[in-house]
Design a binder for this molecule. Structure first.
Ligand SMILES: Cc1cc2nc3c(=O)[nH]c(=O)nc-3n(C[C@H](O)[C@H](O)[C@H](O)COP(=O)(O)OP(=O)(O)OC[C@H]3O[C@@H](n4cnc5c(N)ncnc54)[C@H](O)[C@@H]3O)c2cc1C
Length: 603
């Protein structure tokens, strides 16, 4: 054996699992196909938004939240409908992971991260507002907690722990190791094999070479797959695209780096793992082409406030609840039903200043750099520098003083001039008449007024209602919105310990009431496992639950493997390394207790 455990993928889920294993004194090999510059994977690029429930940050803003409310919202969004009560069902473990995750997000999650030094921006964001009934999709209250320092600050404590364990000899970091297959002996996964890629100086997020310079085969008592989703592989996205969202788009932009290639899913399947809910995905409808791209077809997501008017490619305003930030997948379905793969926002300078945020650590240097002065400028008039740069250089933006000029500019951005000035004007004027009273029949105007009853929204996220055609609010702005790939909601089915469920029971026989068994030795966590259970989000997400899903499932898998390998004596090098680590870090938590092998997953 080369180690107690091998972890495939050094993103957030892999780092979390590795940190847990090292804490328990296990020897780990952490492999990644990319160079060291990529450590942390997608999470580094992320906005660092976390789904947290009933927090001090919410209370300070006057938001009353609870586990019950969060669970009601989760169920309304997930809409689990695939044999939740049948151990062989696709949603069996997904549902149980969802329960455990909402419990985690309402309880231990904040204090666990806080104890590692993670902090949050005081204004809690309101993502996925729903727009249906109380038990339907969406967050009833703001829950999107933006990490102070964004994605890199979520990665940092786990990276630090892994590097310390590497210095102590407990963890071996193997970059440029691409896993191409899992080693299976007598039905048990006991290693990985693959290609050593040539050294690369590729900057984080950029393409690295795939030239092979050698091969490797490594063995361990357990393998944890944490290789991410499929969002960077447009062929796989199209192949798995569900009919309910209309035909797969011809044109998409990419919200994730190319390493999010989905290859490990098929590799784990070949080793006997069960892939479920592969048609469930989370792609955004407010994607804009990055004028300064890092990876191929690099797109950025606008995190919109509720006021922009949303039109289809022919200039028809989308009906309720397809408003900005309400129901991502509902709007995606509505866009695809038009037969086009783009749509339009029409807004004012006043709206862009207050309501446009861009997702991604590099688009938010104030928050990422923990610059208090720069961050405070968000509540003052003016858009952020990144938004202004997109307005000036972004190929999807049109800025004009008058509506005729705006529509002419919009028509220039598409292969055919599909927009009629008179048609757009009629709809905008009609909407503007609804602003005259404090009450209205226009559901979007109602939603704006509702949002402004929330303190944080009023202060920093929702512009005061005004007429779009009021020159004082101008200039007018139009943004062509592209479909942007991002997250994989389905994946390898796992039990609550992160053990990958087998595609079939041994011998293909499943007794009544019993589901397929786990594949011995094989674990998965993070996006590749649908963030737990092969799809803990069901059909839709409440947002901010992906990073948290990596942390929770990575921790579960790491702890479970530590327990499973607990019956093995800690290797001499392992024991010595723990002693060294303790000497160096007297304040670090003690390794996990080792209760030995367990036959049933913890409840
Ligand atoms: C711009 C952006 C903004 C986001 N914002 C948020 C947010 O605010 N809140 C939120 O909750 N989520 C957000 N997300 C989503 C979240 O960051 C990801 O879902 C999460 O980080 C995925 O982590 P992971 O560890 O599962 O996979 P990844 O980060 O994809 O890491 C997987 C690693 O595995 C490696 N790998 C893959 N295959 C192999 C192989 N065969 N051999 C060896 N190595 C392999 C890859 O190179 C990669 O390093 C955002 C994502 C992006 C890109």
């Amino acid at each position: 054996m080369d180690a107690d455990a091998i972890v495939v993928g050094a993103g957030l889920a892999g780092l979390t699992a590795t940190a847990e294993l090292a804490r328990a004194g296990r020897r780990v090999l952490l492999l990644d196909q990319e160079p060291e510059s990529n450590l942390g994977g997608q999470a580094f690029w992320s906005f660092g938004g976390l789904f947290l429930v009933g927090t001090a940050e919410q209370r300070r803003m006057g938001i009353r939240d609870s586990r019950e409310l969060a669970w009601q919202d989760w169920l309304g969004s997930a809409f689990f409908d695939r044999e939740v009560d049948d151990p062989a069902g696709e949603d069996y473990w997904a549902y149980r992971w969802a329960q455990a995750y909402v419990e985690f997000a309402s309880g231990e999650k904040r204090s666990w991260l806080h104890g590692m030094g993670v902090r949050w921006f005081p204004l809690v964001g309101w993502a996925e507002r729903g727009g249906y009934l109380a038990d339907g999709h969406g967050n009833s209250v703001p829950r999107f907690h933006v990490t102070w320092g964004t994605g890199p600050a979520v990665v940092a404590p786990f990276e630090r722990r892994v590097r310390e364990a590497a210095d102590s000899g407990l963890v071996g970091l193997r970059f440029r190791h691409r896993v191409d297959g899992l080693a299976v002996t007598g039905g048990t996964v006991d290693g990985v094999r693959g290609a050593i890629l040539e050294p690369s100086r590729a900057a984080r997020g950029t393409r690295s070479s795939r030239t092979v310079t050698g091969e490797f085969e490594l063995h361990a008592s357990a393998v944890i797959v944490t290789s991410g989703g499929i969002g960077g592989n447009l062929d796989l996205v199209r192949e798995n695209w569900p009919d309910r969202l209309g035909p797969a788009p011809d044109r998409m932009i990419c919200g994730v780096p190319e390493h999010v290639d989905g290859r490990m899913l098929a590799i784990a399947e070949r080793a006997g793992g069960r892939l479920v809910n592969r048609d469930r995905m989370w792609h955004y409808t407010e994607g804009i082409q990055n004028w300064d791209p890092i990876w191929d077809r690099h797109g950025i997501r606008i995190l919109p406030g509720p006021s922009s008017l949303w039109f289809d490619a022919r200039g028809r305003r989308f009906p309720a609840p397809h408003f900005p930030g309400f129901d991502t997948l509902g709007t995606l379905g509505a866009i695809r039903a038009t037969g086009f793969d783009y749509s339009w926002f029409v807004l004012t300078q006043k709206i862009i200043e207050k309501e446009f945020a861009l997702s991604g650590s590099e688009q938010n240097p104030d928050l990422t750099g923990k610059d208090i002065k720069l961050t405070l400028s968000r509540v003052r008039p003016g858009a952020t520098a990144a938004v202004e740069a997109f307005k000036r250089h972004g190929p999807d933006f049109v800025v004009a003083r008058t509506l005729p000029e705006l529509v002419a500019g919009m028509n220039k951005l598409t292969p055919e001039p599909l927009l009629e000035l008179a048609d757009l004007e009629r709809q905008i004027v009609a909407r503007d008449r609804e602003i005259d009273n404090p009450f209205t029949k226009d559901l979007q105007v109602m939603a704006i007024r509702n949002a402004r009853r929330s303190r944080g929204e009023r202060l920093a996220r929702t512009a005061a209602p005004h007429k779009i055609l009021d020159p004082k609010a101008g200039p007018l702005i139009a943004v062509r919105l592209n479909i942007l790939t991002r997250k994989t909601l389905g994946g390898l089915q796992t039990d609550l310990s992160g053990r990958v469920i087998g595609a079939a029971a041994p011998g293909g026989v499943v007794s009544a009431g019993e589901g397929p068994r786990p594949v011995p030795g094989l674990f998965a966590a993070g996006e590749v496992a649908g963030f737990g259970g092969g799809g803990m989000h069901g059909y839709r997400s409440l947002e901010g639950s992906f990073l948290g899903g990596c942390l929770f499932s990575g921790r579960q898998a790491g702890r479970a493997v530590a327990r499973e390998t607990g019956a093995l004596p800690v290797s001499r090098t392992g024991a010595a390394a723990i002693r060294r680590w303790r000497r160096r870090r007297p304040s670090s938590p003690p390794p996990c207790p080792r209760p030995g092998r367990r036959s049933a997953p913890p409840r």
